[in-house]
Design a protein around this ligand. Structure first.
Ligand SMILES: Cc1cc2nc3c(=O)[nH]c(=O)nc-3n(C[C@H](O)[C@H](O)[C@H](O)COP(=O)(O)OP(=O)(O)OC[C@H]3O[C@@H](n4cnc5c(N)ncnc54)[C@H](O)[C@@H]3O)c2cc1C
Ligand code: SF4
Ligand code: SF4
Length: 405
């Protein structure tokens, strides 16, 4: 008689959870992958390719590749819209899940997008970023309360929308757990002097990623024209004693500079200036990359404190000249806030459910006992580092359950 395959529970379907699930499945372990949102891929599924005339190794495309592998791997079973409510541990782990209603039937939906076309302005139907997510669309229950329910239910030509779908409960037994619940992007409204959420042409690095991914270029939100002058402010929400966020987020220099160069590459006439404290190295090719950046971009070693509104949606930045210390004012069309990585919003609850610790900043820390951490749940890191740590977590989980690779 052959042994029953071992089972692993992976919590979080970002790049770290996807990688851990994939690695475990390659060792013939059955995997239950639980994701709380309606889509797999986490934050980085919305990121853009930052290539100029060559690949700049930003890692963004590796997320879609891993997602495609995971959804076609028969050993991985995915539950979307699911939250772990309780975990019992008696030798094995038994997780009780609350699963949100599946208003769009994945079997019937063929991703035609008619529901999204019709309801996109209401927020009742949202679209994911990758066609490897099926369905590519989801119903947002809160926004759907404000639209004509009969019209929404009837909009799908395949009859895939069922607004009467109910929440369900599910129990999963597993031999080991990988927690990959990721991070929360810094909320830029906590730095109110930058005017985020008040001025339309102040956007975050996360929004710029999605903008370039969706539109293929950078345009100002207010007039959809390419900005002639763009400023990036680095370290927004990181290395900030007033906020109590003392850590470096590790990723925002890399994504900020790569996107700044992409703007310049698309429009060589455009001016792009980066306001920074220190530039974090982004790997072994960093010196050559930084030299290129310095040739193409402006750098000011000072973080502006105040942003003032100007005509036609422009912003005036006030900062101290790094040589003379004199106050300078400069007007920009677009302001990008390079927001950082903060601890996942569910960390306290996840720590309690899976008997993990939290460090002084709130990131998760392993305590052994069959639960392993992957990706930014354990602290700031980029996509390749999240994937590497997920591979390591999967190896440790395999060791714990006695499976050899
Ligand atoms: C603005 C910005 C731009 C960036 N650009 C780059 C870049 O170009 N290149 C690069 O290498 N890195 C970049 N990074 C870093 C990159 O985002 C991370 O390395 C990567 O997303 C980490 O993946 P993760 O799986 O750890 O976390 P996440 O992407 O946060 O995924 C975690 C997943 O877990 C789910 N989840 C959370 N809590 C629960 C729960 N309780 N139950 C079930 N599921 C849960 C979430 O919904 C999410 O799907 C950037 C970061 C920022 C902030
Ligand atoms: S997404 Fe990033 S790593 Fe992939 S091709 Fe584009 S620049 Fe290169
Ligand atoms: S990576 Fe760069 S922008 Fe981000 S916190 Fe560190 S030094 Fe600041």
């Amino acid at each position: 008689m052959t042994d029953k395959p071992k089972k692993a529970l992976v919590i979080g379907g970002g790049i770290a959870g996807l990688t851990a699930a994939w690695e475990l499945a390659q060792s013939q372990v059955d995997v239950e992958l639980v994701e709380k949102s309606p889509f797999l891929g986490g934050h980085s599924i919305s990121y853009c390719c930052k290539a100029t005339d060559e690949c700049v190794k930003c890692g963004a495309c590796s997320v879609d590749k891993m997602l495609a592998q995971v959804v076609s791997e028969p050993r991985i079973n995915v539950t979307l819209g699911a939250a772990v409510a309780k975990v019992d541990k008696g030798g094995k782990f038994t997780a009780s899940l609350d699963v949100a209603p599946a208003y769009i039937d994945a079997e019937k939906c063929d991703n035609c997008g008619e529901c999204f076309q019709e309801f996109r302005n209401t927020g009742a139907v949202v679209r994911g970023y990758s066609k490897n997510n099926t369905p590519l669309y989801a119903i947002c229950a809160d926004a759907a309360k404000d639209v004509d329910a009969a019209k929404l239910a009837g909009v799908c030509p395949k009859g895939a929308i069922n607004l009467d779908a109910k929440a369900t409960k599910k129990k999963i037994n597993a031999d080991t757990v990988v927690v990959a619940t990721g991070f929360t992007p810094f909320d830029a409204t906590k730095k109110p002097t930058y005017g985020y959420g008040v001025r339309d042409n102040v956007i975050t690095g996360m929004e710029l990623e999605a903008l370039i991914r969706q539109k293929g270029q950078v345009v100002r939100p207010t007039d959809l024209n390419p900005p002639a002058k763009t400023a990036f402010i680095q370290c927004v929400g990181s290395r900030d004693a007033r906020l109590g966020n003392l850590w470096c987020s590790q990723v925002c220099c890399a994504y900020g500079l790569r996107m700044a160069r992409k703007i310049k590459y698309a429009n060589p006439e455009a001016e792009v200036k980066v306001f920074y404290m220190d530039i974090q190295s982004i790997g072994k090719n960093f010196p050559a990359f930084y030299t290129q950046c310095k040739e193409e971009l402006g750098f000011v070693r000072n973080i502006p404190v105040d942003v003032y509104p100007e005509e036609e949606g422009r912003m005036r930045l006030s900062y101290a000249d790094e040589d003379t210390g004199e106050r300078k004012d400069e007007i920009f069309d677009l302001l990008v806030l390079s927001i950082g990585i903060t601890p996942g919003e569910d960390n306290a609850q996840v720590a309690e459910l899976f008997s993990l610790d939290q460090d002084q900043d709130g990131f998760l820390v392993e305590k052994g006992e069959g639960v392993f951490l992957a990706g930014t749940a354990a602290g700031p890191k980029n996509i390749p580092a999240s994937m590497a740590q997920a591979g390591f977590a999967a190896s440790e989980a395999l060791k714990y359950i006695g499976v050899t690779k």
